[in-house]
Design a protein around this ligand. Structure first.
Ligand code: GRF
Length: 203
């Protein structure tokens, strides 16, 4: 049984999608903990209601990134994670923290990376007049929203789209994409070769 630790900062709908899919598909994995850097993260209530241990490491209590990341790492490692899943975790992580979880930490980003790293991806997509948008799951590396891509989901940009309508269309795809990608990891089907992700056939 593999242990997954999920980090959130807010609503936690991607966390919820992973928890629900892991259970409904009977993965050989458990979500061992959901950890937030904010006590008011909405997703904590869902985790608690589903019997998942939760913890809060309040980023505002730490003077700098290094001390926060050290405290967070300590909390995560109590749950012996095979995989750390960033699900709307709104923190820039330090290089030592990222190195500690190298090859076993995934993030989901609401754009077709390498397009639009950072914040406000839906607005940037609309402003650029693009006809396609989407989401990316990638391994986390020290550079923000970079790192080897595991999977992407594409959606069309439709006439009259607003940031909200586009975000909602992308989010629906995120809720399928992230469980798919996490499952590939859990099944030991992912490897990184010369910076690219290889997906092995099912055993
Ligand atoms: C998602 O759009 C995710 O791609 C981005 O932040 C949002 C988090 O939403 N990183 P939720 O907390 O999973 O509902």
């Amino acid at each position: 049984m593999k242990n997954i630790v999920i980090l959130i900062s807010g609503r936690g709908s991607n966390m919820e999608a992973v928890v629900r899919t892991a259970r409904s598909e009977g993965w050989p994995a458990r979500v061992a903990a959901v950890i937030s850097n904010r006590a008011d993260a909405g997703g904590l209530a869902f985790a608690q209601a589903h019997g998942i241990p939760t913890a809060v490491v309040p980023s505002k209590n730490y003077p700098d990134r290094a001390s926060f990341d050290a405290a967070l790492q300590h909390e995560i490692d109590r749950f012996a994670p095979d995989l750390v899943v960033l699900a709307g975790f709104m923190r820039i992580l330090t290089a030592p923290f990222v190195a500690h979880y190298e090859g076993r930490m995934l993030n989901i980003h609401p754009s077709l990376l390498p397009a639009h790293p950072g914040l406000d991806t839906h607005r940037k997509c609309l402003e650029a007049g693009e006809r396609e948008h989407g989401a990316t799951v990638h391994f986390v590396t020290a550079e923000l929203d970079h790192g080897p891509v595991v999977a992407q989901a594409r959606v069309p940009v439709l006439p009259g789209d607003t940031e909200a309508s586009l975000a909602a269309r992308v989010l629906l795809e995120e809720h399928k994409l992230y469980p798919y990608a996490v499952r590939l990891f859990i099944e030991d089907r992912l490897s990184i070769e010369q910076g690219d992700v290889r997906i092995a056939q099912p055993a």
